[in-house]
Design a protein around this ligand. Structure first.
Ligand code: CP
Ligand code: NVA
Length: 300
């Protein structure tokens, strides 16, 4: 029994899961492989893509998904994670959780007897970046280009560092000082990248990060939970908007990616996200195919 909290948990299995996602997209896996399986989906934060792709994915695989909002379950009123983990382990076959604190999901894994899949924490967003790399592969047929992430060194950025390293794709993060990705994750990514002959660059010079990139990726400046610092953040990130001027530094065939939801006029200009380089809607569609791969891999 295995859980998915971090890309590090699947560092040697990323390609296999991406292969499954491609097979699901191309309808090469038929039938109802998760018939009679139930997935509990705990959400401590808002979601559109993660919730819908997991629920529809589970249904398409023949299983059933239960949406559990934190406001409605006893855990939201303080019931210990350990009791919740043990009880749910008797009812369902897996738990997908979008949590405020990564440490709470670590505890859930320790206490549960069933696979746990993270649908985002403050530290990582592993299912998102599996989707992202499926999208990169669809566009280029390989991972040979340079991946550029611009903006906040947040959960999505942390997972991107790890997955690029696992796939041997060079990654450059351009972020303001004080908003760098998690130190431990940078260390892990560097170690994996070294083995795979790729590089990890963290710089506050956004032009260095984007120059010659084949992928330019950004995410919101104010993640869920960071709202109290929003005025300061918006000032600090001002020079980090992905706009046409910045995109011009990337390869001419570069794609623009964003996990969504996006704020036009902040981290990305409308011209870029709604322009010819943008693949954000294909990327969002791929959440469904990738979620099916993840569910199949961890629950079957
Ligand atoms: N990208 C992503 O996780 O979207 P949601 O917050 O809508 O689930
Ligand atoms: N970094 C964003 C991702 C949303 C999918 C957040 O945590 O709010």
């Amino acid at each position: 029994m295995k859980s998915l909290l971090s890309i590090f948990d699947i560092k040697d299995e990323v390609l296999e899961i991406l292969g499954l996602a491609k097979d699901f997209k191309e309808k090469k896996i038929q039938g109802k492989p998760l018939e009679d399986k139930n997935l509990a989906m705990i959400f401590q934060k808002s979601s559109t893509r993660t919730r819908v792709s997991f629920e529809v994915g589970m249904n398409q695989l023949g299983g059933n998904a239960l949406f559990l909002s934190n406001d409605d379950i006893q855990m939201g009123r303080g019931e210990p994670i350990s009791d919740t983990a043990k009880v749910l382990s008797r009812y369902v076959d897996g738990i997908m959780i979008r949590a405020i604190e990564h440490a709470d999901v670590v505890e859930l894994v320790e206490e549960a007897d069933i696979p746990i899949i993270s649908g985002l924490t403050n530290l990582e967003h592993p299912c998102q970046v599996l989707t992202d790399m499926l999208t990169v592969h669809e566009n280029f047929g390989n991972f040979n280009g340079k991946f550029s992430y611009v903006g906040d060194g947040n959960n999505v950025c942390n997972s991107l560092l790890l997955i690029c390293a696992c796939l041997g794709m060079d990654i450059a993060v351009g972020c303001p000082k004080g908003y760098e990705p998690n130190k431990e994750i940078i260390k892990k990514a560097n170690k994996i990248a070294e083995k795979n002959n790729s590089y990890v660059i963290i710089t506050d010079d956004v032009k260095v990060a984007v120059k010659h990139a084949s992928v330019v990726y950004t995410d919101v400046w104010v993640s869920m939970g960071d709202e109290k610092d929003q005025n300061k953040r918006k000032k600090d990130f001002k020079k980090y908007q992905v706009n046409e001027e910045l995109m011009n530094l990337a390869d001419k065939d570069a794609i623009f990616m964003h996990c969504l939801p996006a704020i036009r006029g902040e981290e990305v200009s409308g011209e870029v996200i709604d322009g010819p380089h943008s693949v954000v809607i294909d990327q969002a569609e791929n959440r469904l195919h990738t979620q099916k791969a993840v569910l199949y891999y961890f629950l079957k």
